[in-house]
Design a protein around this ligand. Sequence first.
Ligand SMILES: [Zn+2]
Length: 250
Amino acid sequence: MLQKCEGIVIRTTDYGETNKVVTLYTREWGKIGVMARGAKKPNSRLSAISQLFTHGYFLLQKGTGLGSVQQGEMITSFRSIAEDIFLTAYASYIVELTDKCTEDKKPNPFHFELLYQTLNYMNEGYDPDILMNIYEMKMLNVLGLYPILNKCSVCGSTDGHFSFSIREGGLICHRCLGQDPYHLKLSPAAVKLIRLFYYFDLSRLGNISVKEETKAELKKIISTYYEEYSGLHLKTKKFINSMNQFRNLL
Ligand SMILES: [Zn+2]
């Protein structure tokens, strides 16, 4: 039976001399793996649409096992990402995070939209660090993590000066700092942004410009939280970190 879906290529693996197994994140069915026969041949009609990050319509032959791609039609090529080694690194992390955090065949059209918008904004030149942090914050619920960001995670107070407590799993007010001697300091700007990243709708992203110091605070909090709770160790994330260290030397 042939079925059409809209998807984004989030992983590709060579299979034999000429084939590829392509992992798609689809609007209709969530994550699925499909065989793209002959896609490694440069003149194959499947070669362009089985590239990483491709957003397109895919016509699939679905069977009991792995389905196969019969045809594909590109919707967005995300050319700026493909042509920039730094953006490719960020986008690779976004798709790897998606792949590692989602289960097969579990439809989530909201998540599909989030993935598409993140890559699209990145392609259009929005700050990749900010987009990465927003995506990471939005991914927490998918991972079953619910940080407390609308009040103090100890006393529940909604006013005060807030820091971040990894142990308590959220913000901690100035009155409760003694509860966690290892709390991480946050500026009011960083508190505001971390809440914004977690709660707001990405389709409403305007022109946000964030100071480098604030970006460094956000990265630290989000990375530490992920290290503590997500159980993920992604190569693509390590690569971004070493790439940025290298960049700072230039
Ligand atoms: Zn408190």
